[in-house]
Design a protein around this ligand. Structure first.
Ligand code: BDR
Ligand code: CA
Length: 310
């Protein structure tokens, strides 16, 4: 089994990523979940992660709270998309049944990577603050990271016309990660917007009828409502889940090797990802960038994961 650490800010789509990764049918071994400020404050994101793992019956996966703000910038949250709790929609306990480890998420990433006798894959579905901090604090971890699989960026934006939320929240950290030399796989808006959970998808999952699938249906309904309000779209793209779908079934994605840079200096385009798909710079690629997904297969894999909770 491939060993992963999930660094996240749950978040509706982060929650779905966790659920697929931790399903009975999954071939992934989740060593740790670390949380970061992003969709909501880091404490709310931790609470959400604990509640989601509880619903999954995966209290065996440790959760640790990481950075409460970006490296340089002030924190900024995505309340308009994920609500005041960061996971609005389903009724969840204010005080989760599970507890976090009380260790700092950045230290957990460092310790897990250094301790492991096989390379670790980092899955990042929030701002990249924890991963950048871990690389700054202990550069040696780079040698034992197989890949960093990221949801973020794209050739267009959703938070500004050109910047995607995760990268925009902490572009300095993102820049650090893309300059690290560690293999990076990127699921940006170009591909995540191909996987819309519209009514047809929601109805399909509604038929599965177990505790976890019912929870996912509630998440998707709320997500759909805010995407309608904010972007006039008829379903929420399940962005973060692409990272896990890729780790489970890489062949359903089309990836292009390319050179990616992150803008940090411009007020207008702060957090913009420059993706050199046409090889304008003739630079050695530093990332794989997903351009396409087989939509039908993706929903099939997701359904299979949800069914395995029965
Ligand atoms: C990303 O931003 C967050 O709101 C989502 O959880 C996802 O990680 C999409 O831009
Ligand atoms: Ca996220």
């Amino acid at each position: 089994n491939r060993k992963i650490i999930m660094d996240c800010d749950p978040g509706h789509d982060d929650a779905i990523a966790l659920i697929i990764a931790g399903a009975k049918s999954s071939s992934l071994d989740i060593l740790a979940v670390t949380t970061v400020a992003g969709n909501q404050s880091v404490d709310k994101n931790t609470r959400n992660a604990l509640n989601v793992l509880d619903i999954m019956n995966r209290g065996d996966i440790p959760v640790s709270t990481g950075a409460d703000r970006p490296l340089i910038k002030e924190a900024a949250f995505a309340e308009s998309i994920h609500g005041e709790s960061g996971l609005d929609g389903p009724q969840l306990p204010k005080v989760p049944n599970l507890k976090d480890t009380n260790e700092h998420g950045v230290n957990v990433i460092i310790d897990q990577v250094l301790q492991s006798n096989e390379p670790i894959t980092l899955v990042a579905t929030g701002p990249l603050t924890n991963i950048a901090m871990a690389l700054i604090q202990e550069p040696k971890i780079a040698d034992n990271i197989q890949e960093i699989v990221i949801m973020g960026g794209g050739t267009f934006g959703n938070w500004t016309p050109t910047a995607e939320f995760n990268i925009w929240v902490d572009a300095e950290s993102a820049k650090k990660v893309f300059k690290s030399g560690i293999p990076v796989v990127v699921f940006g808006l170009d591909v995540t917007h191909q996987l819309f959970a519209d009514d047809a998808v929601i109805n399909r999952f509604n038929k599965i009828d177990n505790k976890v699938s019912d929870f996912v249906v509630e998440l998707l309904k709320f997500f759909k409502s805010t995407y309608k309000e904010q972007f006039d779209m008829d379903g929420g793209p399940i962005h973060d889940a692409c990272t896990i779908l890729y780790l489970l079934n890489p062949e359903i994605f089309t990836l292009q090797n390319t050179y990616i840079q992150i803008e940090t200096d411009s007020a207008l385009t702060y957090g913009t990802m420059s993706v050199d798909l046409n090889n304008t710079y003739q630079k050695e690629p530093n990332a794989k960038f997903a351009t396409e997904v087989d939509v039908d297969l993706a929903w099939d894999i997701m359904e299979q994961a949800l069914r395995s909770y029965q």
